[in-house]
Ligand binder design. Structure first.
Ligand code: PLP
Length: 385
């Protein structure tokens, strides 16, 4: 048993709460596709996928065929898997054989899909992603007629599982003009598809922010990452929630992930001495510091040097000096009875105090996802009730 320097816990109760919360916003009939790209936003695909299935999820979305394979390995039900991102043509035979759904946003991928479906002897399960103004991926309006004609001709080899688009920053209220234009263009393009006599199984456009705050974007399915993990997509969406729920503080999202380690070492430092590398921190009094076995190499942010906090004995203790590759130091001078191996909470709760992911990234919620999605896959994950 060689132990890792830290561990991540996933709260089943928090995930259940978040899915109920999302459900209460979108209504009963809409499918929730659980977005588990980037190793389930750092939560760990192998532990998160079965947990989400326990909570009723039967559809997962990923960003590559590598991630699709991880979900196929991890799932415990017949849950569907959908690739929203890159798909190398070499992987198409595997993808079609395993009945994995995927986005199609150019004509070339559509033609290849039919070729491979014929070879494999199964239908390719495609979601036509439409360009509505995000200018990332998506099939342009001027290519729609050609695409519709091709799909109609090849319905023996193609299952049109969905028609979809992705909004360019719907979590920010200042983008709403652009989002409305995207919504309108999506409706127009969708009508052109159905007018041509093709009926897709599902329409889907909403990510977390759409699902939580913009009912007109909630269709047959929503693709939810951020919110299921208990994070707010942006201050705007959190503020809309507060305005609606001011009398019901219990009805909110809960963070699924906690991150814990133990004190590695304790050190007494005399006034005037520097702590750690360089002159980042000079002891202003006789101090006692705890060495924490975590650094930027473990996904902790170096920008928390002289800035972040951890919980020890339920108390917030500040980081002193810089965050190194594999250690940083915290000030425990005012804490009594601190010992080597005492528990340290990097993210999460202890005795009623809490350190949220948001507290690392105050003022820029987009960074929440950046921070958690980079947590190394090597850190062991454990589900707790
Ligand atoms: C990542 C992603 C989502 C999920 O977005 P959240 O804001 O995390 O819910 C949905 N759709 C697409 C296409 C994505 O790439």
């Amino acid at each position: 048993m060689h132990r890792h320097s830290s561990r991540i816990e996933l709260s089943e109760a928090a995930l259940k709460n978040n899915l109920d919360f999302i459900r209460s916003n979108i209504g009963g009939d809409t499918i929730i596709s659980s977005v588990v790209k980037a190793n389930a936003y750092g939560h760990g695909i192998h532990d998160f996928v079965p947990l989400a299935e326990e909570c009723g999820i039967r559809h997962f979305a990923v960003a590559s065929s590598y991630e699709a394979e991880e979900v196929v390995e991890a799932r415990t039900t017949d849950a569907d898997v959908m690739i929203m991102g890159i798909l190398y043509p070499e992987d198409l035979p595997w993808v079609i054989k395993h009945e994995i759904e995927y986005f199609v946003y150019d004509f070339h991928r559509l033609e290849r899909s039919v070729d491979i479906a014929k070879q494999v002897g199964k239908k390719a399960r495609i979601h036509l992603e439409l360009e509505t103004g995000g200018n990332r991926t998506g099939l342009e309006p001027e290519k729609l007629d050609q695409t519709i004609a091709f799909i109609k001709k090849n319905l023996d080899y193609l299952e049109l599982e969905g028609v979809c688009t992705h909004y360019a920053g719907i979590e920010s209220l200042s983008n709403q003009f652009r989002i409305q234009q995207q919504e309108q263009l999506f409706e127009q393009m969708y009508e052109r598809i159905t007018d041509a006599g093709i009926e897709p199984n599902l329409r889907h456009t909403a990510c977390s922010a759409g699902a939580l705050a913009f009912p007109e974007t909630v269709m047959d399915m929503v693709r939810v990452g951020t919110a299921q993990y208990g994070l707010w997509p942006s201050p705007d969406i959190y503020n809309l929630h507060l305005m609606q729920e001011k009398d019901n503080a219990e009805h909110t999202l809960e963070q699924v992930l906690s991150w814990k380690t133990n004190i590695m070492h304790l050190k007494d430092v005399a006034e005037g001495q520097y702590i750690g590398y360089g002159t980042a921190f000079q002891a202003s009094r006789d101090m006692r510091v705890a060495v924490i076995p975590i650094g930027y190499g473990n996904g902790y942010a170096r920008s928390l040097s002289n800035n972040g906090e951890v919980l020890i004995h339920g108390q917030k203790t500040p980081i002193v000096g810089s965050v190194n590759m594999n250690v940083f130091m915290v000030d425990v001078t005012d804490l009594d009875g601190v010992n080597i191996r005492d528990k340290v909470v990097l993210i999460g709760q202890q005795n009623g105090e809490s350190i949220s992911i948001k507290s690392f990234t105050e003022g820029n919620y987009a960074i929440n996802n950046e921070f958690i999605s980079r947590l190394p896959a090597a850190i062991p994950r454990k589900v707790v009730s």
